[in-house]
Design a protein around this ligand. Structure first.
Ligand SMILES: Cc1cc2nc3c(=O)[nH]c(=O)nc-3n(C[C@H](O)[C@H](O)[C@H](O)COP(=O)(O)O)c2cc1C
Length: 218
C-alpha cells in the first residue's frame, strides 16, 4: 500500500475473523516496525506474542477493571482517566459495577495477541520532574507499537492498541514473566478485520495546526 493510504486507513479493529497472522507475516511486521525511533536509539523494547488461550483470557480479565472505570467515567460525561480533572466516579462504584466483558472481547478473542513492553531503565523521561503526568517516556515505545499497526494494515491485517491491561501491570508482569522494571505499554490484538473499513473521523488540519503561537492563526 502507499504510505499515505496506510496512514489514513489504519483504524482500531476490534472484531476479527478467526484467522491468526501467519508467522512469516508477523515476522515481517515486526521486522519493519523495529525501525521506529526511541530516545537515544536505546530500543529498550520487547514484544511478546501470547499464543495460549488461557493467557489471552487472563489478559482480558486483567484489563476489565480499567475498562470498567473507563466506561463509567464516559457515562458520567468525563474524559476518562485524564489526570487534570478529578473523576466523580468512586472506586466503590467501579467495584460494584457489572464488568463490561464486551469491551475486552477483542483481547479475549484475538487471533494474534501481542504485548509490547519497554525497559524503563533505558527510557529517557525528559519530563520526569514536571508537576504533571509523564509523557515523554511513552515516546520511546509507542512509535514501535504504532508501526506494528501500520505494518499490519499494509499486510491486510488490523488491530487495536489497548492499554487497559497496563493499569494491571503487576498482574501482566507476573503472568508473562516480565521483569518489574519493564513496563507494559500496550496489548495489541491483531487479525483479519470482520467489518469493512469506514472513513476515520479526525479533526481537520485547521483545528490542530497554528502559526507562531498556540492561539495564533490557524
Ligand atoms: C494511547 C492509546 C490507548 C488506547 N487504549 C485502548 C484500550 O485500552 N482499549 C481499546 O479498545 N482501544 C484503545 N485505544 C484505541 C483508540 O480507542 C482508537 O485508536 C481511537 O478510538 C481511534 O479509533 P479509529 O482509528 O478506529 O477511529 C487506544 C489508543 C491509544 C492511542
Amino acid at each position: 500500500m502507499e504510505l499515505y493510504d496506510v496512514m489514513r486507513t489504519t483504524f482500531a479493529c476490534r472484531e476479527f475473523t478467526g484467522e491468526p497472522v501467519p508467522a512469516d507475516v508477523l515476522h515481517r511486521i515486526i521486522d519493519h516496525a523495529r525501525f521506529a525511533p526511541s530516545g537515544g536509539n536505546r530500543q529498550g523494547w520487547r514484544i511478546i506474542e501470547v499464543t495460549r488461550d488461557e493467557d489471552k483470557q487472563a489478559l482480558a480479565e486483567l484489563s476489565l477493571p480499567a475498562a470498567t472505570r473507563y466506561l463509567l467515567e464516559m457515562q458520567a460525561g468525563e474524559s476518562p482517566l485524564n489526570t487534570v480533572t478529578r473523576s466523580s466516579v468512586t472506586d466503590a462504584e467501579v467495584a460494584a459495577a457489572e464488568p463490561p466483558h464486551w469491551l475486552v472481547a477483542h483481547i479475549r478473542e484475538a487471533p494474534t495477541l501481542l504485548v509490547v513492553t519497554v525497559d524503563l531503565g533505558l527510557v529517557a523521561a525528559m519530563d520526569k520532574d514536571l508537576d504533571r503526568v509523564g509523557l515523554i517516556g511513552g515516546g520511546s515505545i509507542y512509535p514501535l507499537a504504532w508501526n506494528i499497526l501500520l505494518a499490519a494494515r499494509n499486510e491486510g491485517y488490523a488491530g487495536t492498541l489497548t492499554t487497559w491491561g497496563a493499569a494491571a501491570e503487576p498482574g501482566v508482569q507476573a503472568l508473562l514473566h516480565i521483569p518489574r522494571e519493564w513496563a507494559v505499554a500496550a496489548i495489541i490484538p491483531l487479525g483479519r478485520p470482520v467489518k469493512p473499513l469506514t472513513r476515520l473521523r479526525r479533526k481537520p488540519v485547521e483545528e490542530i495546526f497554528f502559526r507562531d503561537r498556540w492561539d495564533g492563526s490557524a
